[in-house]
Design a protein around this ligand. Structure first.
Ligand SMILES: *[C@@H]1O[C@H](CO)[C@@H](O)[C@H](O)[C@H]1NC(C)=O
Ligand SMILES: [Zn+2]
Length: 289
C-alpha cells in the first residue's frame, strides 16, 4: 500500500514537478504553450523602436565575494554569498531590482540580428519590494533579467577560468553546490558599456514560463573561447545525458513592442573618430596645396 502511494507520488512528481528537458519543449506546462508574451525572441534592429531610456544605475556589482556554483540539471547557476545583493534601477525599469542569481545558456536563447551566439548569461533580478524570486514572479514586472551575449574569441576569457574549473568539476553532480575557490564579482560578467540594449516584456524561459518579466539584452558582447564553451557543453543532466544545448526555441512576438537603446558611447566614439580623421585629411590637404 505504502509502496503504491510512494510510486504514485514519484510518478506524479516526475510528470508535474520539476521534471522537464530541452528535448520535450512541446510538453512544457501551461503558460509555456498558451502564453502570448513568451521568451526568448529574435531581436533585430529592423523590428525595434528606438527609445531613449535613462542609463542604468547599478550598485554593488563590483563587490568581490564568495559564491556558490551548482549544476541544477538545466544550467550552471551562480549565487553570490556574504554580501548585500547588488541592485539596479533606471534603464527604464519601473523600480529597484536586486540580483538573485546568475545562470548560463549555451547557445544563446535570444538571437541578435539573426545570429545565435555561443553563450548567454542571465542575471536574474527581482523587484526589491517583493521578498524573494518565487514571490516576485507572481507579480507584474516583479522580475527583471539582464542578458549578456558572448561572442567567440580566440583567447580564453581570464575572468571565466575559476568558474569554468568548478563547472568542469561538477558536470556530473546535479544539485550539489560548490564554493568558488576565488572571489567572484558580477561586474566582470557585464559589458563595460551598458548603454546599448534591447528591451521587451517577456517570460522566464524555463517552466513555468511565468510572464511579466522585463527583459534587457545588452548589445555589447563579452568574449569567450571555443575551448571554454566546450566546458559548458560537457555538463550533464540528472539522467546523466549530455546537456549539449540548453536554450529554448524562439517564441512569437505577437503584439509586443521591442525597444532598442543605442549606446551614446559608441556613436560619440564613432563621430570622434570621424572628426579626427577629417581633421587629419584637412591637414594633409592643406600641406599638399
Ligand atoms: C518567499 O517569500 C514568501 C512570502 O514571504 C514565503 O512564503 C516563501 O516561503 C519564500 N520562498 C522562499 C523560497 O524563500
Ligand atoms: Zn535563463
Amino acid at each position: 500500500m505504502f509502496l503504491v502511494i510512494f510510486v504514485l507520488l514519484f510518478l506524479t512528481g516526475s510528470v508535474f514537478g520539476n521534471h522537464w528537458t530541452y528535448n520535450d519543449e512541446g510538453e512544457w506546462s501551461n503558460l509555456c504553450q498558451t502564453g502570448k508574451s513568451q521568451s526568448p525572441i529574435a531581436l533585430t534592429r529592423s523590428i525595434a523602436i528606438l527609445k531613449e531610456f535613462h542609463p542604468f544605475s547599478m550598485h554593488g556589482y563590483g563587490q568581490s565575494t564568495t559564491a556558490l556554483l551548482q549544476n541544477n540539471g538545466h544550467s550552471a547557476e551562480v549565487r553570490l554569498q556574504n554580501i548585500e545583493a547588488p541592485t539596479v534601477h533606471g534603464g527604464g525599469l519601473p523600480g529597484t531590482y536586486q540580483l538573485d542569481h546568475l545562470h548560463f545558456h549555451w547557445q544563446s536563447e535570444h538571437t541578435m540580428n539573426n545570429y545565435r551566439f555561443p553563450l548567454e548569461l542571465h542575471l536574474v533580478h527581482f523587484e526589491q519590494k517583493h521578498r524573494n524570486l518565487s514571490e516576485a514572479v507572481k507579480h507584474p514586472h516583479g522580475v527583471a533579467v539582464l542578458g549578456v551575449l558572448f561572442d567567440l574569441s580566440l583567447d580564453d576569457d581570464e575572468d571565466f577560468q575559476p568558474l569554468l574549473e568548478i563547472i568542469d568539476n561538477l558536470k556530473e553532480t546535479v544539485g550539489e553546490p560548490r564554493h568558488l575557490k576565488d572571489v567572484f564579482s558580477a561586474k566582470s560578467f557585464l559589458p563595460r558599456d551598458k548603454g546599448g540594449f534591447y528591451r521587451y516584456q517577456g517570460s522566464l524561459t524555463t517552466p513555468g514560463c511565468n510572464e511579466g518579466v522585463i527583459w534587457t539584452v545588452f548589445t555589447n558582447t563579452l568574449p569567450i573561447s571555443p575551448k571554454q564553451v566546450k566546458i559548458f557543453e560537457a555538463m550533464q543532466t540528472e539522467e546523466k545525458t549530455a546537456l549539449t544545448k540548453n536554450y529554448r526555441s524562439l517564441q512569437a512576438l505577437n503584439d509586443r513592442t521591442v525597444y532598442l537603446r543605442v549606446s551614446p558611447m559608441r556613436s560619440s566614439a564613432t563621430s570622434l573618430e570621424l572628426s579626427v580623421m577629417l581633421l587629419g585629411l584637412s591637414v594633409l590637404y592643406s600641406k599638399l596645396c
